[in-house]
Write a protein that binds this ligand. Sequence first.
Ligand code: PHE
Length: 457
Amino acid sequence: MEQTQNTAKRGSFTGKIGFVLAAAGSAVGLGNIWRFPYLAAKYGGGIFLLVYVGLALTFGFALMLGEIALGRKTGKSAISAFSSINKRFSFVGWLASAVPLIILPYYSVIGGWVMKYIFGFAFGDGSNMATDAYFENYLGNVSEPLIWFFIFVLLTAVVVFFGVDKGVEKVSKVMMPVLIVSMIFIVVYALITLPGAWDGVLYYITPDFSKFSVMTVVAAMGQLFYSMSLAMGIMITFGSYMKKDIAIDKSIHQIEIFDTGVAFLAGLMIVPAVFAFSGGNEAALGKGPGLMFITLPKVFETMPGGDIIGAVFFLMVFLAAITSSISLMETIISILMDKTKLNRRISCIITFGVILLLGIPSSLGFNVWSEVKILGLQFLDLFDFISNSVMMPIVALLTCIFIGYFLKPKTLIEEARLKEESFTAKLFKVVIRYVAPVCLIIILVSSILDVFGVMKI
Ligand code: PHE
């Protein structure tokens, strides 16, 4: 019964390209443009890149295949997908579904910063924004970042409220190419004109093995989940919308190319620029969440017509962010609708309120609550840590155990129509059953020990 209702309500994507675009719309977002570059800068440049790409090709591929195939096989979203196969695993679905609830609030705070920057550039304030203290001063305001945050959540909620989230496919179709072209343009311009940028390129692409630590892997793995929208039930839901005749493995390759390509380009745009402006100074490289907002205005400032380029660029970042936040909110709302008898509109209003409340601490953590630190982290970093370094590895671990030992990889290999003796199928099996669980346990333990200061890694 539930199944038929679901399929009736669910609809599906318009075809292969529709699926890839919608999934890429969810995957490509602030994670690629804002989060990836600052992690790469902080965790040693080339070595981070190498670890990330290695993980994406093996671990990311296997987990995404597992999630999409699970969704398509069961035709259900996370919670029901797990419970329909084994009741005892329904808590994994719940746990996965809690992740968007932690991410969306602080994601929207950053979405608000992006909006501020669009308007800042559009109104010709670029040279002011390029000064060192601008970003910090801005965050020191109590009300302005809160207002932009509010608007970002409101826009997301309006799209979801009217159920026009199918429009994500259409927005992605235009946004992706423009985003990629503008990024390439900015990279080329920065590399040609900024003295010292090439040292930054070397830092970014040459792995320095002495900079390797367990934390490099922890950070890269957390980033991988985040960027590819894994370990939070989203790809299971996407899979449930996917038509049976579409090749899952090929679609994943395309999503990965998009997602990793945009992240790589964003790094290439930001890391060498940091070098050019700071001479590779460690403090500048380790700037953290503010890096994009501090470095890029300086790059735009050096360009003729920089204000317009800045406004267009941040507009693209905004579109990438909102297509992701729509998918985050859509997941929360579809669970609320599935599990209660509330309709779409009421669920949407409730979610809107909850996200607003939960996001406020992340914004105030930069001003009135800047003294409040939990585990040594301010609110935004704390939420980011809990979702990326604790919950997602736990969900990923349980998903691998579930697929590897209860559902059996063979079932999903068949769902994905892979030949059993093919390389992809073998990779999937080995990663899901052995490699991923072992790595995930090591990662979980070390990231927790690290934050409690028991062990410095
Ligand atoms: N993957 C998105 C990004 O890189 C973020 C996101 C996470 C979107 C989880 C949806 C779900 O920005």
